[in-house]
Structure formats: structure tokens, C-alpha cells
Design a protein around this ligand. Structure first.
Ligand SMILES: Nc1ncnc2c1ncn2[C@@H]1O[C@H](COP(=O)(O)OP(=O)(O)OP(=O)(O)O)[C@@H](O)[C@H]1O
Ligand SMILES: [Mg+2]
Length: 373
């Protein structure tokens, strides 16, 4: 038997390069990959779960085998070393249709990371956010900037802090901003940026800003920013938090005003923020609890989508819900009342269902920790 008949196909590695439409001359600044798996499976092989042990080593490994490749978003790169033919999807190439060089940053989205840094798509419109006029005005400026960054020069909006009582529309407004502009919103909970190991948090922040600038125009929304932006007096209580704050300060300063990235931080508790971090936000916008007229508008907005008939005096309800947030009105009043009506097998939501919800809300408020603590 002549084994040497089986010669390696000289074109196969060329074929692998053919993910490009044409060889690009532009240099890729950033490539974000997502591990997909083998093109097919047989009994002998399983799709391995790719977990990055060292991001810098992975980058070297990736550059070494794919240097010179042209990358286009949505297409694939195939591993040729450790896991031959294992596929990686190109989720982001910046700029698109560019060529990987020694300087290209290559990131692999970890399963965990993609959960933490969520690219949100939403259908919420800005007019659905009732009240919060100052915040909406700022968002309109941000929208203008993201559409035409050139006209703002050095005067671009960059970092804004939303603060105020829970459930008043901070996250909702940020989502509406990205929806109206059809741009990506990178939403991250600050607590998820504190890594398990020293260095994790700082790197996650770096990756977050890199991803956002790679997808610009874009908005980064850091929720519960007080969790990492803790005042230095408290930082010693929280291990690597100061390293995370420093990373955040560096990134906030590093964003070029013409880059089209706006960072919105949100907190219920601004005085807890580190002073240096707090001063990076050009504007602090307070989200207020809705006034009576706004409560009525919120009630009208949400009761319209209740799946059964609603026969309730909404004006009266607006007048008795002073101190309620938008979230309280939707979740604790309307939703609880609807569930009560449904559980009683009734097809019209009436005042007695509302009374049931209000009674329970009042009780929960009085004793928020519950009787079991
Ligand atoms: N001003 C508002 N107009 C309309 N709906 C609102 C408003 N505020 C809150 N809601 C309703 O409450 C929900 C929760 O609001 P949201 O998540 O934006 O609050 P938040 O200010 O981010 O709260 P937290 O500080 O707890 O994160 C919204 O999805 C929306 O259904
Ligand atoms: Mg929120």
C-alpha cells in the first residue's frame, strides 16, 4: 500500500483564507471572536468548550495563525493548530474588511463575558419614558452628537451620571436611546466587573471600552456604578476595587471625543462614588419620583396593554399613589391587580383588585425585610 499517495492538499490552507471577499489593505484594529465549534461532528469528536486561560496568550496564538487574513463580520476563522478546523465566528471586525496584523487586538467572547456585557436590543421609545424631562433633553443632545460627532469637536457629551430612586426609568431611558438611534448599547452591571482574580476587573473594563469603540457610535451603560466606584474610604474593604476604579478612570479619560462613544453611569447613591470618578461625569441628572400627572400618564400607558378590560378610575389611582415609582406602579399595582383578577377568574380588572395590590404594597413597604429576618 502506498501511503504517500495521501499527500496534504496544498490548497486547503488557502481555502481557509478564502473567508475574505477580497484581500484588504486596511489594518484591523480589533477583532472579536466567538467560539462556534466544528463544522460537523462524528462520534470521535465532541465540541470542546473553549475557556480562555490567558487572554494575552490567546491573542498571540490567534495573531500568529491568522496574521495576514482579511476579516469580515459574520464570517469565520478556522483554527489550524490545537483544534484543527474548529470555527470561530467574527462578531466584530474594526474596521470591517480589514487585515489582521501584529498590532491587531483579538478578543474572544467568553460565554460568561457575553452574559455580563449585554448588547441590548430594545423596542422602547423615548416618549414611553414619562417625565424625567432633564434626562430626556440630555439624551437628545447625546443623540445629536452620536449622529454628527464632527460638529461637537471638543464639546462632545461624554460621560453622564443618572441617579435617583429605584424604578424611575434610568435603565429604560438608556435603552430607548440606543433603540431610537439603532446603535449598540453595552449594558453592564458594575458588580460583574469585579473579577475573581486581581487584574480581571481592569481587563474587563478595557475590553468593554474596546468593544464599544469598535462598534461606535455606541453607548456604554454601567448600572450600579457605586459598586465599583466606591469612595476610596471604602475601597480597602473591597479587594481589587481600587484597581477597577483606576481602570475606569483611564478608559473614561482615554475616549477620544470624536470617537462616538458615550458612557452613562447609573446609581441610587451618588455620595458613595469615588470623588475622582464622580468628577469625570460632566452632568449628574436626578431621576425624580413621578408627580400626580406623570403617575396618571404611566397608568394610562401600561393599562392600555393589560390583556383584560380595565374599569378603574385611573385619576383616583394616580392621586393615591404618591411616592410610587414607575416600576411600583407597573409591577406592584397593575401587575398584582391583574394577577388577582385572573386568579379570581374575572375578565374585568376593577377597583377591588387595585385595593388588594395597594394593601400588599403598603405592607411590603412597611416591613421591607420581611418577618422572617
Ligand atoms: N418614567 C417612567 N415612565 C414609564 N415607565 C417607567 C418609568 N420609570 C419606570 N418605569 C417602568 O419601570 C420599569 C423599571 O424602570 P427602570 O429599570 O428604568 O428603573 P431604574 O431607574 O433603572 O431603577 P434601578 O435604580 O432600580 O435600576 C421600566 O421598565 C418601566 O416599565
Ligand atoms: Mg436600572
Amino acid at each position: 500500500m502506498k501511503l504517500n499517495n495521501i499527500t496534504p492538499d496544498p490548497i486547503s490552507s488557502e481555502k481557509k483564507k478564502s473567508n475574505s471577499f477580497e484581500e484588504s489593505k486596511r489594518e484591523s484594529k480589533l477583532v472579536v471572536l466567538q467560539s462556534i465549534g466544528y463544522p460537523f461532528l462524528c462520534n470521535l469528536m465532541e465540541n470542546p468548550k473553549i475557556d480562555i486561560f490567558d487572554k494575552e496568550l490567546f491573542e498571540l496564538y490567534a495573531r500568529e495563525q491568522w496574521e495576514g487574513y482579511t476579516v469580515n463580520e459574520g464570517l469565520f476563522l478556522f483554527d489550524q493548530k490545537l483544534l484543527p478546523d474548529f470555527a470561530f465566528k467574527i462578531v466584530k471586525a474594526h474596521p470591517d474588511n480589514s487585515r489582521i496584523t501584529k498590532n491587531t487586538s483579538i478578543l474572544l467572547m467568553e460565554v460568561q463575558e457575553s452574559r455580563e456585557i449585554k448588547r441590548i436590543e430594545s423596542k422602547i421609545m423615548m416618549e414611553d419614558v414619562i417625565g424625567q424631562e432633564r434626562a430626556k433633553t440630555k439624551c437628545k443632545i447625546i443623540m445629536k452628537y452620536l449622529q454628527e460627532p464632527e460638529i461637537f469637536g471638543d464639546w462632545a457629551p461624554r460621560n453622564v451620571l443618572f441617579h435617583g430612586a429605584p424604578g424611575t426609568g434610568k435603565t429604560m431611558l438608556a435603552k430607548s436611546l440606543s433603540n431610537e438611534l439603532k446603535i449598540p448599547l453595552f449594558l453592564v452591571k458594575a458588580t460583574s466587573l469585579i473579577g475573581e482574580h486581581v487584574g480581571d476587573g481592569a481587563r474587563q473594563i478595557h475590553d468593554l471600552f474596546e468593544m464599544a469603540s469598535g462598534s461606535s457610535p455606541s453607548v456604554i451603560f454601567i448600572d450600579e456604578i457605586d459598586a465599583i466606584g466606591l469612595d476610596r474610604r471604602y475601597q480597602s474593604l473591597r479587594g481589587d476595587v481600587s484597581e477597577v476604579v483606576n481602570a475606569l478612570l483611564t478608559e473614561l479619560d482615554g475616549i477620544n471625543p470624536n470617537q462616538g462613544v458615550v458612557t452613562i453611569g447609573a446609581t441610587n447613591n451618588p455620595p458613595l462614588l469615588d470623588q475622582a470618578l464622580r468628577s469625570r461625569f460632566e452632568e449628574e441628572i436626578e431621576f425624580l419620583l413621578p408627580e400626580e400627572g406623570e403617575r396618571l400618564a404611566i397608568l394610562e400607558l401600561y393599562s392600555a396593554s393589560i390583556p383584560i378590560e380595565v374599569d378603574v378610575d385611573l385619576k383616583k389611582l394616580a392621586s393615591v399613589t404618591s411616592g410610587f415609582s414607575g416600576r411600583d406602579i407597573k409591577e406592584r399595582v397593575l401587575k398584582v391587580a391583574l394577577h388577582k383578577a385572573l386568579s379570581d377568574d374575572e375578565d374585568v380588572l376593577v377597583w377591588k383588585h387595585i385595593e388588594y395590590a395597594l394593601k400588599h404594597h403598603k405592607k411590603d413597604k412597611k416591613d421591607p425585610k420581611g418577618m422572617y429576618a
